[in-house]
Write a protein that binds this ligand. Structure first.
Ligand SMILES: *Cc1c(COP(=O)(O)O)cnc(C)c1O
Length: 251
């Protein structure tokens, strides 16, 4: 693989904005957990840095963040490598965007966890990618995966429809190299977030009944994290509330 790119420092203004936004997001998450009678430590804050430059990710590491979400290859892999080379702290970088089968091999090299698995064929490709990455010395552990639930059947959102969730989960659980850890959901815009989070939580509960180790429930974004936490989210994926609007093009 090529050398990681070097990362410039973020400007003082940018660091100040990230500091303020991050504090507000942590406060919101803490309040949401306490309102739901939950321990805030039970809910991971995954900072979604897609489309934002590696300098922002490095600044966020310096502010104490350790888990990041990215959504597109090859931008994601390049950025993960650049940030890992630039910081001393171990960080986790998760893939939260739809994985294309032909990019599964590269995703398996850098991702700590994939939130967005939605097809048997992609699961197979990721499992093969893990094997290759192990042979090449690029990874030494299985890949944690969440199956993405599609609640309203809209193919643009990605995910597996509820009727097929059980079969996909069983398939993933049978693959060497992958570890089925739970489910992920993106709430559709129609209806209230509470409506969708309730349905997602019910689907997640069915998954856990069949696969007791698959307890992670990745739900909630900038706009609906309170509803997600109320319905049992163990990981909220927050982008805009911390980094601001995404640039239209990736850097
Ligand atoms: C972009 C993205 C997010 C972050 O959304 P915000 O509204 O910016 O917080 C969360 N989850 C997924 C799957 C995404 O693609």
């Amino acid at each position: 693989m090529s050398e990681p790119e070097t990362v410039d420092g973020a400007s003082p203004e940018r660091v100040a904005a990230l500091t303020e936004n991050l504090a507000a997001a942590r406060q919101r998450l803490g309040d949401a957990a306490r309102d739901a009678g939950r321990d805030p430590a039970e809910v991971e804050l995954l900072v979604v840095t897609k489309f934002h430059p590696a300098s922002d990710v490095v600044a966020l590491v310096e502010l104490g963040c350790r888990s990041f979400g990215e959504s597109r290859e090859p931008e994601a892999g390049r950025k993960a490598a650049a940030v890992r080379a630039a910081v001393d702290e171990p960080i986790r970088v998760d893939m939260i965007g739809t994985v294309q089968r032909r990019k599964a091999t590269s995703v398996a090299r850098w991702a700590d966890r994939v939130h967005s698995l939605d097809r048997d064929a992609v699961a197979d490709a990721l499992a093969r990618g893990v094997e290759t990455a192990r042979e090449d010395g690029d990874r030494d552990s299985p890949l944690d995966v969440l199956v993405q639930i599609n609640l309203d059947g809209d193919p643009n959102r990605g995910g597996v429809v509820l009727d097929d969730l059980g079969a996909l989960a069983d398939h993933v659980a049978g693959l060497d190299g992958l570890r089925l850890r739970g489910s992920m959901v993106i709430a559709p815009q129609s209806h209230t977030p509470a409506h969708w989070m309730e349905q997602a939580a019910a689907a997640h509960a069915r998954l856990v009944a069949a696969h007791p180790d698959a307890t992670e429930f990745s739900a909630g974004m900038s706009g609906d994290l309170e509803d997600a936490v109320r319905h049992g989210s163990t990981c909220v994926r927050v982008g805009t509330a911390i980094l601001g609007d995404r640039p239209l093009r990736s850097p």
